[in-house]
Design a binder for this molecule. Structure first.
Ligand code: HEM
Length: 218
């Protein structure tokens, strides 16, 4: 028999950050595609509109990133515990979770990780979110800031290897972020129902199913 238990998993600042960030990054990907390939993706009228929207979305991502950082580092003070994988996660947890996503999910087995507010992410999520939030988003933002301030930051741009290298770097980092987005959304649908992981990101509350076996069943 399965019993439903509700857990408050996603506090309001995390939800505000996440959806602002998602809106900002999706806008950055689409406008970025027009800026890079204007003849194939003429979505926002002219080139100037795409640049303006791209820069505005970059600003939204910077604001939402600050909300995320401030909340986890200074209010919840749980950034290290939630986002950094443990030795056990690296030695066996990642493999256990990958086996679930690639094989046992399709056999109807239970997810080996049960989220709680202190341990929200499975080992694969921890590793992926750590790379995204501490490496990819800061680097793509930093390269974007350099590209929007070429004149005042010329010295720094030369240190990185010049404008062409910087543009290539910004594009490659953005492609990785876009690839993460597709994987992230697909994996988020693998809950006990397709929307089970989306609901807590919207309402804050996760529905956890607890299996109870009667002794007669054994
Ligand atoms: C339309 C786009 C997006 C959708 C539909 C989406 C969906 C979700 C869902 C359902 C969750 C909760 C389940 C889970 O923990 O995996 C989640 C969490 C998360 N997402 Fe997204 N996401 C989107 C965009 C993004 C982007 C662009 C980023 C980062 C650049 C991102 C980073 C994260 C992180 C770090 C978490 C964990 C948040 C926390 O609890 O601290 N998401 N997302």
């Amino acid at each position: 028999m399965a019993e439903k238990k509700m857990i408050y998993l996603q506090p309001t600042p995390v939800r505000i950050w996440h959806w602002l960030n998602a809106l900002g990054i999706v806008t950055l990907c689409v406008t970025g595609a027009q800026i890079r390939f204007p003849e194939y993706v003429p979505l926002f009228g002219n080139y100037k509109n795409a640049i303006l929207l791209h820069n505005t979305a970059g600003f939204v991502v910077a604001i939402s990133f600050s909300i995320w950082f401030f909340y986890y580092a200074f209010v919840a003070r749980s950034m290290g515990k939630i986002y950094v994988p443990t030795k056990d996660d690296l030695q066996s947890g990642i493999l256990r979770q990958a086996k679930f996503y690639f094989l046992t999910y399709f056999l109807g087995w239970e997810n080996p990780h049960h989220p709680s507010p202190e341990d929200k992410f499975n080992p694969l999520q921890k590793s992926a979110y750590l790379a995204i939030m501490f490496v990819l988003v800061p680097l793509v933002s930093l390269s974007g800031i350099l590209l929007t301030n070429v004149d005042p930051l010329r010295g720094l741009i030369i240190m990185v290897g010049g404008l062409k290298i910087l543009m290539g770097l910004h594009f490659l980092l953005a492609c990785s972020l876009c690839a993460f987005l597709f994987t992230h959304i697909y994996l988020a649908t693998l809950g006990h129902t397709p929307f089970a992981h989306f609901k807590p990101m919207w309402t804050g509350w996760e529905e956890e199913l607890e299996e109870h076996h009667s002794p007669a069943a054994h």
